[in-house]
Design a protein around this ligand. Structure first.
Ligand SMILES: Cc1cc2nc3c(=O)[nH]c(=O)nc-3n(C[C@H](O)[C@H](O)[C@H](O)COP(=O)(O)O)c2cc1C
Length: 185
């Protein structure tokens, strides 16, 4: 099986972010056929259509990285029952200029993580609403709502929850199949 390159976008900029810790853990849980590439979204200037006349270098580099990816994986917290602004900003930047969206019909996956009980369900589904419009087929099952996130790691930020590790292992195995079924190249 060919290696598939997955751009991973984390919806939190916090140093001790649970979402970032989960994203980091995915590297060691992923099958060999999946290359996970964590893409920084924190240094992207806020979307402003006026800037399309002279595209900021971070936008251009970000769009190019997404275009090179075979698939997208979002790991996001929930802010006020939706996705954090930093992630929405990244989504918007890569969707433009009109007619040249970098998302381009490639397969996607969503993992949402929260210290709360319902695992950022609201953000997970708010994100899926954008993905429908962007023509990113998002894997339906297994759904990944990781709740009680503060209990999943040790002091070094290592994912120590065995059920969560097993779940993510299965999630990634399913994601490999999802990518193969929906890949555009
Ligand atoms: C502005 C803001 C809004 C939040 N809204 C929600 C929410 O709607 N649902 C939820 O489960 N947690 C909410 N939280 C708590 C986050 O889940 C928590 O801060 C979490 O640790 C953020 O993810 P991170 O650890 O990856 O940074 C909110 C936090 C902030 C700062």
């Amino acid at each position: 099986m060919a290696t598939r390159h997955v751009a991973v976008l984390v919806g939190s900029l916090r140093k001790e972010s649970f979402n970032r810790k989960i994203a980091n853990s995915l590297q060691s849980l992923a099958p060999a056929s999946l290359a996970l590439d964590l893409v920084d979204i924190g240094s992207l200037p806020l979307y402003n259509a006026d800037l399309e006349a002279d595209v900021p270098a971070p936008w251009a580099a970000f769009r190019e990285r997404l275009r090179k990816a075979d698939a997208y994986l979002f790991v996001t917290p929930e802010y006020n029952r939706s996705v954090p602004g930093v992630l929405k900003n990244a989504i918007d930047i890569a969707s433009r200029p009109y007619g040249h969206s970098a998302w381009s019909g490639k397969p996607g996956g969503v993992i949402s993580v929260s210290p709360g009980a319902i695992g950022a369900f609201g953000a997970n589904h708010a994100l899926r609403q954008s993905l429908v419009f962007l023509n990113v087929p998002a894997m339906a099952q297994p759904e990944a709502y990781l709740g009680h996130a503060a209990k999943l790691f040790d002091d070094q930020g290592t994912l120590t929850s065995e059920p969560t590790r097993e779940f993510l292992h299965k999630f990634l195995a399913a994601f490999v199949h999802w990518i193969e079924r929906n890949a555009i190249r």
